[in-house]
Design a protein around this ligand. Structure first.
Ligand code: GLA
Length: 392
């Protein structure tokens, strides 16, 4: 293969730290979610795309069962035994890789060790799923090293990585990020049913582009508030089950039912539920609108999603609201909303194709004027999910 500049850097990193040659390159992308926020852990629907930013592991199998990796951006090493890793208290990144190894072993996939370098260009801590990308790249490296690349389906790999994050790293995330990183497709969004894990490719319109605005605001509240939202949704389901015994999750509740039984719910719980129930409906409406090329409606649905996340789910922030406002001010912006868990991180806008450069400068300046911070703006197109390239 003819390496591009970034791949070349990873090869140079390998050459600087290991004798001999690598045998494989695993690549797993970050993601941006078009719509369907905080619905995945309610058994609902999401519509993410895989980004053209990813985590790469350039590696070769080892004869033993150790994983030995050097992280280029962190300038740091990890070296552990697959079955008995010692959790790293000094640095977080090895723990994702250790957790994935344990989760794969539990599925009784025979594994063996590997060594190499890890490198990523998904902005970290920004709501674009750099963690899921690291997990999935590691999963692919484990499987390829053991010649088990076809042993598990994409959804099984995604579930193993989610398990690692929930149980080993201790972050109670849903399935969306790992799923899209594993199964994303170039030029498409995926409509994922987070209950059955069935999914459908939805062609991304050639007339439009995605602009991502990174507020650079920290997401410090994200962990505790995320868990609190999950608990409020579960509380809503329990209360509604007294009159709707057949429901198992908010996915099973319609807007009409929610309104009818509103009196059973404390106001905050009601508003959390209203976000989830209406967001699931918006995902379906967005897919239908995309399929009939009604991009203005897609934009409106994105705008409604942001309002619902801000007012009912209360996961926006001043920085995110101002980013969304800076995006919507551009005449070629069809709609904009926060993306990911919220509380900071990124917003995503759908814009008419052709004005990317102009929108980028406009949003940069507009946001900087409002917030006194220069944001980062990424123009991205839906990309392929995770893969392993054999090098010899
Ligand atoms: C984070 C989680 C996902 C999902 C989103 C909100 O990205 O990792 O599982 O819950 O927040 O939609």
């Amino acid at each position: 293969m003819q390496p591009d500049r970034r791949t070349q850097q990873v090869f140079d990193g390998f050459a600087a730290h290991f004798e001999g040659k690598p045998t494989h390159l695993a690549i797993a992308p970050g993601r941006v979610n078009l719509i369907g926020e905080h619905t995945d852990y309610n058994d609902g629907f999401v519509l993410p795309v895989a980004l053209d930013r990813d985590v790469r592991v350039l590696f070769r199998p080892r004869a033993d069962r150790r994983v030995r990796l050097y992280a280029l951006e962190f300038d740091s090493w990890t070296d552990f035994d697959i079955e008995s890793p010692r959790r790293d208290d000094e640095q977080l990144w090895p723990n994702y890789i250790q957790g994935v190894g344990l989760a794969l072993s539990e599925l009784e996939v025979p594994l063996n060790g590997y060594e190499g370098v890890v490198s990523g260009n998904v902005p970290r801590g920004s709501g674009l799923s750099s963690s899921a990308a690291l997990e999935i790249a590691a999963a692919k490296a484990y499987l390829a090293s053991a010649k088990q690349i076809h042993a598990l389906s994409g959804p099984q790999i995604a579930k193993a990585a989610q398990k690692a994050e929930n149980e080993y790293v201790g972050v109670n995330c849903g399935i969306m990020d790992q799923f899209i990183s594993t199964l994303g497709e170039e030029g498409h969004a995926l409509l994922i049913d987070c209950r059955s894990l069935d999914y459908r490719r939805v062609p991304f319109p050639a007339d439009t582009s995605l602009v991502i605005g990174n507020t650079k605001a920290s997401r410090s509240l994200a962990g505790s508030a995320y868990n609190e939202r999950r608990a409020q949704c579960e509380d809503g389901v329990r209360r509604l089950q007294s009159v709707l015994p057949a429901i198992a999750a908010l996915r099973d509740v319609s807007s009409t039912q929610l309104e009818r039984h509103r009196h059973l719910l404390p106001d905050t719980v009601y508003r959390r539920c209203r976000h989830v129930v209406s967001e699931n409906e918006r995902v379906q409406a967005t897919v239908a609108a995309l399929e009939r090329s009604d991009f203005r409606l897609v934009g409106q649905l994105m705008n409604q999603s942001h309002t619902s996340l801000r007012d009912d789910y209360e996961v926006s922030s001043e920085a995110l609201d101002l980013m969304v406002e800076s995006m919507r001010d551009h005449p070629d912006c069809l709609g904009a909303r926060l993306t990911g868990a919220g509380f900071g991180g990124c917003a995503v806008a759908l814009i008419w194709r052709g004005s990317e450069g102009d929108v980028r400068e406009f949003v940069r300046k507009g946001y900087a004027k409002r917030m006194n911070v220069w944001p980062e703006i990424y123009i991205s197109s839906p990309s392929a999910g995770a893969r392993v390239l054999p090098l010899i």
